[in-house]
Write a protein that binds this ligand. Structure first.
Ligand code: F0G
Length: 470
C-alpha cells in the first residue's frame, strides 16, 4: 500500500496569519429565503438603512458601533461608575486619550457627530470656509449648519477608483494654498483632515503630507483638526507603506500623527472598539472651556457627554486594545483578504484596498445606468437580494444636494461599501461575500436603476425610499 509522503501536499508560499483572539460568545444569525429578501427589500424602499437587522445574513452596512468587545472591555462594563458628575470612568478615558492621542483636554460626546457639532458651533462663523480632504456626510452637514462652506482639497487621485496611489487621502497642498489666497486665512477657522478618508475608500494620509499641511497652515495661523475616527488604521498604513516608519509601533505613529494637529473629533464606534461613544479633544484651553460648557446643552455634563460610565470604561479599554500591532494587522488583514478575493474574481473595486472596507465600483458594474438612476443604491439592493448581505451606498445619494443650487452633487465616485465590523465575522463569511458580489457582477447586464420616491431634507441617504425602474 502506498502511503502518501508527508511532504507531498503543495505548500503555500508564505505563512498564514490568524486573528489574535478566540471566540467566547456567539450570536446566531437568522437565515432567509430569496422570497423573504424580495419582500424585505420592497418594504425598505430599496434602502439598506431601512432593512431590519434580523432580515440580514452578513451585515456589512458599517463598521460603526458594530465591533465585538473583548472580555476585558465587558469586565470594565461592570466597573461603571454611574455618578452624574465626576465618574471615575471619565478620568480613565481622559487619561487614556491623553496618553494615546496626545491632546491636552478631552470632552466626551455620545458619538462622533456630537463632537463635530460642538466644534463647528464654536469655530465656524457664517461665511467661513472649511477645507477638508474629501467630505464626510455628518462632518460637512455640521459645518454647513454653522454657516460654513466645505471646500474639497484632497489630491485628485482620491477621486479615481483605479489610481494605486498609496496615500490617496493626502491633502493637495496647492489647492489648499490657492483657497487661502482666494478667501484669506481669517475666513478659514481650521483645516479638517480625516485619517483615513472614508468616502475615498478608507484611504490614508501620509505622515509627510500631514507634516507639510502643518507647515503651510502654521504660516497662516490656521488650525488643523483631525477627524481621528480611523486614525489607528491610518497609522497602520503609514507603518506598512511609508519609508522610514516600518520599524515603528502603531501606537507611536498615532501619537506623532496627532501631534501635527490642534484638536480632533472622534467617533469611538470605529477604531476604539465600542458600540457607542466619542470625544472632542483639543489643546487650546480657551477652546476647551467653550466646548466643555456647550456640551452641557447638547450632550450632557462634561464628565459624561451622553455616555454611561460603563461606556466610557469600555472605550478607554478599547483604545488600549486598538493600538496593539497584532490587532490592527489582523483587522486590516481581513479587509485585504476580502479585497483580494474580489480582485481575483474580476469584480471591480476601489484600489488600493482600504482600511475598514472594500468599495465596489458601481460605475464599472453598471456603465449602462445614468448616475441619476442611482447605480450604487441599485447595486446595494441586488447584493442584499442575492445572499442577504447588507452594504451601504456611497455615491450620488450620500452626496446630497448643493447648498447653493439645490441640484444633486455628482461625485466622481459611485461606490458600494462592504464595511467590515471588527472582530465579528470569519474568513468563511468573507468568502460568502466575495462569491455573492461576483454573482451580482455576472448578472450586471440585467440590472435596472432606481427612482427616488421619498427624499428627506437632511442626510437623505439614511431614510430615502426608492422603487425599481421598469
Ligand atoms: N467621521 C467619519 C470619518 C466617520 O466615518 C463617521 C461615521 C463620523 C465622522 C461620525 O461619527 O457616526 O459616531 O457620529 N461613520 C459611520 C460610517 C456612520 O458608517 O461610516 P458618528
Amino acid at each position: 500500500m502506498n502511503t502518501p509522503a508527508v511532504h507531498s501536499r503543495p505548500r503555500p508560499a508564505r505563512r498564514s496569519w490568524a486573528e489574535p483572539w478566540k471566540v467566547k460568545v456567539v450570536e446566531p444569525i437568522r437565515m432567509t429565503t430569496p422570497e423573504d429578501r424580495m419582500c424585505a427589500l420592497a418594504a425598505a424602499g430599496y434602502n439598506t438603512f431601512l432593512l431590519k437587522s434580523e432580515d440580514v445574513y452578513i451585515d456589512l452596512l458599517t463598521d460603526s458601533g458594530t465591533s465585538a468587545m473583548s472580555d476585558w472591555q465587558w469586565a470594565g462594563m461592570m466597573l461603571g461608575d454611574e455618578a452624574y458628575a465626576g465618574s471615575r470612568n471619565f478620568y480613565h478615558l481622559e487619561e487614556t486619550v491623553q496618553q494615546y492621542y496626545g491632546y491636552r483636554h478631552v470632552v466626551p460626546t455620545h458619538q462622533g457627530r456630537g463632537a463635530e457639532h460642538l466644534l463647528s458651533t464654536i469655530l465656524v462663523e457664517p461665511g467661513d470656509y472649511v477645507p477638508g480632504n474629501m467630505y464626510f456626510t455628518t462632518t460637512r452637514a455640521h459645518q454647513e449648519l454653522a454657516g460654513g462652506t466645505f471646500v474639497d482639497v484632497v489630491i485628485p487621485e482620491a477621486h479615481d477608483p483605479a489610481s494605486e496611489h498609496p496615500f490617496k487621502g493626502n491633502v493637495d497642498l496647492a489647492a489648499l494654498e490657492a483657497l487661502i489666497a482666494r478667501v484669506g486665512a481669517q475666513r478659514i477657522p481650521y483645516v479638517c483632515v480625516a485619517v483615513t478618508v472614508n468616502m475615498a475608500g478608507g484611504q490614508p494620509v501620509s505622515m509627510a503630507n500631514l507634516r507639510a499641511v502643518r507647515e503651510l497652515t502654521q504660516r497662516h495661523g490656521i488650525r488643523i483638526v483631525l477627524d481621528a475616527t480611523r486614525a489607528v488604521e491610518n497609522a497602520y498604513f503609514i507603518q506598512q507603506r511609508e519609508a522610514g516608519h516600518h520599524d515603528r509601533k502603531v501606537a507611536e505613529l498615532l501619537r506623532e500623527l496627532c501631534s501635527y494637529s490642534d484638536a480632533c473629533t472622534m467617533s469611538g464606534k470605529k477604531d476604539a472598539l465600542v458600540n457607542i461613544g466619542g470625544w472632542l479633544a483639543v489643546n487650546e484651553t480657551g477652546l476647551y472651556e467653550e466646548a466643555s460648557n456647550l456640551v452641557v446643552l447638547y450632550e450632557g455634563l462634561h464628565t459624561y457627554g451622553g455616555m454611561a460610565g460603563r461606556d466610557m470604561e469600555a472605550m478607554a479599554r478599547g483604545i488600549v486594545e486598538s493600538v496593539d500591532d497584532e490587532h490592527i494587522k489582523a483587522r486590516i488583514g481581513q479587509v485585504e483578504y476580502l479585497g483580494h478575493a474580489l480582485i481575483e474574481m474580476g469584480v471591480p473595486i476601489v484600489r488600493p484596498i482600504g482600511g475598514h472596507a472594500v468599495y465596489l465600483d458601481a460605475k464599472a458594474f453598471y456603465p449602462h445606468l445614468a448616475q441619476e438612476a442611482f447605480p450604487a443604491q441599485a447595486l446595494a439592493a441586488y447584493l442584499y437580494e442575492d445572499a442577504g448581505i447588507r452594504a451601504m451606498e456611497r455615491g450620488i445619494v450620500s452626496a446630497g444636494r448643493s447648498k447653493e443650487t439645490g441640484e444633486h452633487h455628482h461625485p466622481a465616485l459611485e461606490l458600494v461599501r462592504l464595511t467590515i465590523p471588527r472582530r465579528v465575522y470569519t474568513q468563511a463569511h468573507m468568502d460568502i461575500v466575495a462569491e455573492s458580489a461576483a454573482a451580482v457582477f455576472d448578472a450586471r447586464e440585467r440590472a435596472v436603476g432606481l427612482r427616488m420616491i421619498h427624499e428627506p431634507r437632511y442626510l437623505r441617504f439614511f431614510q430615502a425610499r426608492f422603487e425599481r425602474l421598469a
